[in-house]
Ligand binder design. Structure first.
Ligand code: ADP
Length: 310
């Protein structure tokens, strides 16, 4: 069997690949002569099993998922490529290969290993300027060429040019429906969510909204520092959306220094009223967490709902 069980959190039963599984996959896909020198589990993500894999030729970062939906790692690959096209200041890892699940073999994604380094005096500033640079990469509509994933959950991306509709129909509503299916909506939470959907146009009436390239899942665990002190972005759920979404996510769980926020605002000032809209963007991520991890996120969801649809 290529798996043994772990007690990790996440979606579905978590099965850990054995060392033999990893070696077999790498040899089968990267050449039979490949010699694996070492495999070390990497912690820090919340969805996948991750490993540092050292071969005689190179060092790789390998992510695996036993229950990945179809297209899961291709979507991440696509997002990383899009970010790299737009980024001159931030480092985005190059992907080597991705494969779908095959019977009991896991889906996996192999990319360059970023040797972790220490932040330098300019790291946080460059992170802010780099995010602003991504956000200045714009499109003619909100959405993306394909649906992708937030965590392990589907993130629909049908294109539209009306931002409040996009945020309601492609972001909040699918999580609302999923929460209903998973029994995570006590009646008061349900009613408030319904009311909020009706009023969303009022709160998000940003008629001059620009479809910016977004990272899409910018929590503190999704930026790294390499040995040159250069900030790197990983694990995107990329699409074109209002740039306030990325900013709101950086402020939800912390992990971004003050200098980052200053540098971003200096490079690309935020629009008036952002603070009023911020919780409505954070609500999406909180609903995702409610759906993935349970009621621990319920109170944070309710707090926002009381404020906007009390
Ligand atoms: P998940 O999709 O499970 O959240 P991540 O892509 O966030 O997984 O990766 C998990 C952890 O592995 C990260 O927090 C980071 O510390 C590390 N990591 C991710 N990508 C790389 C990489 N290319 N090189 C080195 N370490 C990485």
């Amino acid at each position: 069997m290529p798996w043994h069980r772990t007690g990790n959190q996440g979606e579905g039963n978590r099965l850990m690949p054995t060392r033999e599984t990893i070696e077999t996959i790498l040899r089968k896909r990267l050449g039979p002569n490949l010699s694996v020198k070492g495999i070390t589990p990497v912690s820090g993500g919340d969805m996948n099993d991750a490993f540092r894999v050292e071969t005689t030729k190179s060092v790789w970062f390998l992510k695996m998922h036993a229950h990945a939906p179809y297209g899961f790692f291709d979507a991440e690959w696509d997002g990383l490529e899009a970010l790299r096209t737009a980024a001159s200041l931030l480092r985005i890892p190059h992907v080597q290969k991705a494969e779908e699940r095959d019977g009991e073999w896991p889906a996996w994604l192999l990319m360059e290993w970023i040797h972790p380094g220490e932040p330098g005096p300019r790291t946080a500033e460059v992170l802010g300027q780099g995010l602003a640079e991504l956000h200045r990469f714009t499109a003619s509509a909100f959405g993306w060429q394909a649906d992708n994933f937030i965590g392990i959950l589907l993130q629909p991306n049908t294109r539209t040019d009306h931002w409040p509709s996009f945020w309601r129909d492609q972001r909040l509503l699918p999580q609302f429906r999923l929460a209903e299916k998973r029994n995570r909506l006590p009646s008061e939470r349900y009613r408030r969510l319904e009311r909020l959907m009706d009023r969303l146009d009022h709160w998000l009436d940003t008629s001059d909204a620009v479809p910016s390239l977004l990272h899409g899942d910018l929590w503190g665990g999704n930026w790294l520092v390499d040995t040159d002190g250069r900030p790197c972005l990983i694990d995107p759920a990329a699409y074109h959306g209002h740039r306030e979404v990325d900013l709101a996510m950086t402020e939800l769980f912390g992990g971004f220094p003050k200098t980052f926020h200053h540098a971003y605002r200096e490079a690309y000032p935020v629009d008036p009223g952002y603070e009023e809209r911020r919780p409505l963007y954070q609500l999406y991520y909180l609903l995702v967490h409610l759906n993935l991890f349970g009621e621990g996120y319920g109170e944070s969801v309710d707090r926002i709902l009381r404020r906007y649809a009390g």
